[in-house]
Design a protein around this ligand. Structure first.
Ligand SMILES: C[S@@+](CC[C@H](N)C(=O)[O-])C[C@H]1O[C@@H](n2cnc3c(N)ncnc32)[C@H](O)[C@@H]1O
Length: 207
């Protein structure tokens, strides 16, 4: 694991600034790579669901309308956009500005916990993953769609070269190791699949 870390206030500032442009910037990646994976992972989940680092609500189109959704994020500006989208879709969401490393929910409260493209940004991702495991009911599903260091040599060398600049701009670790983070948090990994040159990864774990 690498040592790149920012404080929560820096993350807040960065995502507050990027909120207005975020959807536009990620549109190509969403269209070509992620939307199918989001559908695959999230269209069948039910019950009380927590989404950590909900951002602008990229997963809303894939959730069933009968889930009971809580979404937390450090950035109030990202949350504002998510709230606007949820209202437009008629989706009822309990939005909270909260640090993923200190979730203000009781143990075992949620049936399912979701994180997409968030472990790479959270300052201490193992701490956050431990919190995700704690608030999920025993045996409940914890689902991830993340990116990280590729296992393909030339891609990972390119990521190493870009890593510092990318982190300064987006507070996002290109060399993140999602599977290690999740395993270190004591979650039990059921399936994990890498895609797009080994950069992205979908992981299904249980608490
Ligand atoms: C790259 S965006 C991903 C947004 C969304 N999950 C998606 O799939 O598009 C990362 C999000 O994580 C949030 N975040 C980062 N660190 C956080 C923390 N410690 N607590 C809560 N949210 C955090 C950021 O504010 C940002 O909205």
């Amino acid at each position: 694991m690498n040592e790149q870390t920012n404080g929560i206030q820096t993350i807040k500032n960065i995502y507050n600034c990027q909120a207005r442009w975020y959807d536009f910037l990620v549109k190509p990646v969403e269209f070509f790579l992620l939307h199918k994976k989001r559908r695959e992972l999230f269209s069948k989940i039910s019950g009380r669901v927590l989404e950590v680092g909900i951002g602008t609500g990229a997963n809303f189109p894939y959730y069933r309308s009968d889930i009971v959704l809580t979404g937390i994020d450090a950035s109030p500006e990202m949350l504002k956009i998510a709230e606007h989208k949820a209202n437009k879709r008629g989706l009822s969401v309990d939005f909270r500005e909260m640090d993923a490393e200190n979730l203000e929910f009781p143990d075992g409260y949620f049936d399912v916990v979701v994180s997409t493209l968030t472990l790479c940004t959270i300052p201490h991702p193992v701490k956050a993953a431990i919190e995700m495991a704690r608030v999920c009911k025993k045996g409940g599903r914890v689902l991830f769609l993340e990116h990280g260091k590729s296992d393909i040599g030339w891609i990972s060398r390119w990521q190493i070269r870009k890593s510092d600049k990318h982190f300064q701009k987006h507070s996002c670790r290109l060399l993140s190791e999602p599977l290690n983070i999740i395993a270190s948090a004591g979650l039990s990994v059921k399936t994990s699949k890498k895609f797009f040159l080994g950069i992205f990864q979908q992981i299904e774990a249980t608490a």
